[in-house]
Design a protein around this ligand. Sequence first.
Ligand code: ZN
Length: 177
Amino acid sequence: MHDLTALEHIIFRIFRFLRRLPVNLLGFGVNTRVFADYFKDFHKVEAVQGIFGEDTECVLHRLKVDLSWIGGYMYVDSSNGHLVISKSYLNNGNKIDIYLDLIHELYHVKQYLEGKDLFDPRYDYVERPTEIEAYLYTVQEARRLGLSDKRICQYLKTEWLSESDFKRLAKAVNVSC
Ligand SMILES: [Zn+2]
């Protein structure tokens, strides 16, 4: 499947920073860094420009990343707008999943900057409008990169989502799982 080879090429180019692991990435505690320093090519990614438009470079230079020892994946801290990323996920996770998560979370950064409540308790996770919007955008990017619905389902399925919530989410973002 040469689509995937091309995709992997893009992903590995974006993640080339991982090959020269900065010392502080191996340290303890939370390291706060500037997003643009770690993810050097992200302002060139069309999907990211699609989120922030002409503000892309500015936003990525202002965005702080907290590299955390806390497990899990990544999320936007709604108290300060920082992107919190698990170091172990960044080091060991599947690179395609990490890339799609970054697109998803950058979409939340945009919503945060617009003043939206990212954790609106009136909604379940799988029906919260901010989540559906972010997932729809991520699924669109996954399809553009040539991922099959089967692979997108694999991406959407996480251990903390129940089977019924996973089905609701897949349906809400038009992926047949
Ligand atoms: Zn989300």
